[in-house]
Each structure stands twice: as C-alpha cells, then as structure tokens.
Ligand binder design. Sequence first.
Ligand code: NAD
Ligand code: 0WE
Length: 263
Amino acid sequence: MGFLQNKRILIVGVASDRSIAWGIAEAMHEQGAELAFTYQNEKLQDRVTKLAASVDSELVFPCDVSSDAEIESVFTELGKHWTDGIDGIVHAVAYAPRDELSGSFVDNTTREGFRSAHEISAYSFVALAHHGRDMLRQRQGALLTLTYLGGERALPNYNVMGAAKASLESSTRYMAADLGPEGIRVNAVSAGPIRTLAAAGIDNFKQMMTFNEQASPLRKNVSTSEVGNVGAFLCSDLASGVTGEIIHADAGFHAVALSGAEL
Ligand code: NAD
Ligand code: 0WE
C-alpha cells in the first residue's frame, strides 16, 4: 500500500517528461495517488494528455496561471469529477523574460519583467490556493510549490527570478499561517539545478551543474525523481505535522560554503 493511496492530487506545471512536476507525478502515482493535470497552452495539450494517460489519468485541463478565469474553471471542472474535494495541489511553474535571466540585475530588470516574473512565479501559487481552498478544506489537503536557492542567496544570472522565489517562499509561510487553522498545509521543495525546459538556453547552465556536482556533500546533481519523492512525502499524511517548511532537495549544496573539493 502506497502512502498516497486514496489521495487525489492536481499537478500544475508539466511541460515534458523532464519536468520536475512530472517527477512528482510519477512519485505520487507510485505511492497510489489519483492525479489530475493542467497544461499551459494548446501547444502542450497533447503531450500532457499522453503523459497523464501513462499514470492512468484522464483529468487534463487548460490553465494559464495568468488568468483568474482559467484557474477558477480548473476547480469547477475538477469538482465535477472529484465531488468531495482534493488532497493536494502541486505548483511547479515559473517564468521571467529570458533576457532578464542574464547579466546585470540592476540594468536588465524592467518594470514589466519584474511584474510578470512575480505574477507567474509567485502570485499564481496564492491564486491556486484561493480558488482551491474549499476543495482542499474538505479533505485537509496540502499545497506544494517548487523553489530554488536563488531565492535565498544572490546567484549569477538568476536575477529577477531570485526576487520572485523570495516572494514565493514568503508566500508559502503566509499561506501556511492562513490555511493551517483549516487543516491545510503549505510547503515547498527547493530543488538543485536540473536540466529541464526551464533550464534550456540559460547562460552557463552546464558549468553550474558541474559546480553543484563537485561542491555538494553528496557529490551529485539531483534527479526529478529525487525531488518528486520529497514532494510526494510533503503531500502525504507522513508530513501531517509539517507546514510552512522549505525542504532542500539539492544533494546538500545549500548547507556548505566550501566543499573541501576546492581546497
Ligand atoms: P519546466 O519547463 O518543465 O516547467 C515549468 C512549467 O511552468 C512548464 O510546465 C510551463 O508550462 C509552466 N508555465 C510557465 N508559465 C506558465 C503560465 N503562464 N501558466 C501556466 N504554466 C506556466 O521546468 P522545471 O524546471 O520543471 O520547473 C518547474 C519548477 O521548478 C519551477 O518553479 C522552477 O522554478 C522550479 N525549479 C527548477 C529547477 C531547475 O533547475 N530546473 C531548480 C529548482 C526549482
Ligand atoms: O527557476 C528556474 C528557471 C525558471 C525560468 C526559466 C526560463 C527559461 C525560458 C523562468 N523563466 C524562463 N524564461 C524563459 O524564457 N530554475 C531554477 C532553473 C534555472 O534558471 C536559471 C538558473 C537555474 C538553476 C537562470 C539563471 C541561473 C541559474
């Protein structure tokens, strides 16, 4: 018996089989969860529908998180299938304009880039919680998001995404405080760097992966299944005492300053 048997979980953020959201979906499926998915736009519809079918799900809905109407309609539609609520919502979405993810933070960050990065990468988590609140309350559900070390420390090129991740992490704590009295938990996984679509074309990504591999205590990069297992745990009853927490799944990279390998 898996530790997510009889749990119903909505996954937001699958774009490919390399997506962290997909690693979480597979880990949750292995533990017996029933899953539903959203896709950002028609370009991704077929791919997400096929991936969903491979974990026995036919519940696939469009959702661009910049639209309140689309977010609202996900829960309206989902409520027709899952009539007594949901056990979890996974948010694995981030966006900033590509040209603002390199070079000088101060010179390259625009008002509109700052706004959209925060809207898509941080506010959307709050909006999902708002629209999913009633369904989550019915089953004492859990919310989960994905963050990165660049929200806690200044890292090269992460720039405006770092500010958005700091907002997302703070929002995780405020959401935990607000929803805790209703039995709803809110947590985040801070993943190490992984080569996903969101990493494609990022300056020096390969060098960053190599550095993380050499400097981390476990001397490796993490896989989407390693991140997925932590996400599955946080959404399960095994984590019934955990909320407002950010767990690093990064081979320990965040915990050290000099690995010893550099000396
Ligand atoms: P990915 O490209 O597979 O997933 C990003 C997802 O965001 C895609 O599914 C995309 O459709 C979705 N998205 C973007 N804008 C959207 C919008 N307006 N509406 C709906 N969906 C939208 O990449 P990933 O690396 O799996 O990213 C998932 C999460 O993990 C992100 O929050 C990212 O910041 C975080 N993360 C990634 C890494 C990494 O190195 N890849 C490390 C730590 C945290
Ligand atoms: O959160 C992320 C990346 C999120 C992301 C990626 C893109 C690329 C395509 C947000 N917006 C966009 N916009 C695009 O047009 N990560 C944690 C992966 C990542 O991105 C970096 C990193 C790491 C790690 C950017 C710079 C430096 C390190």
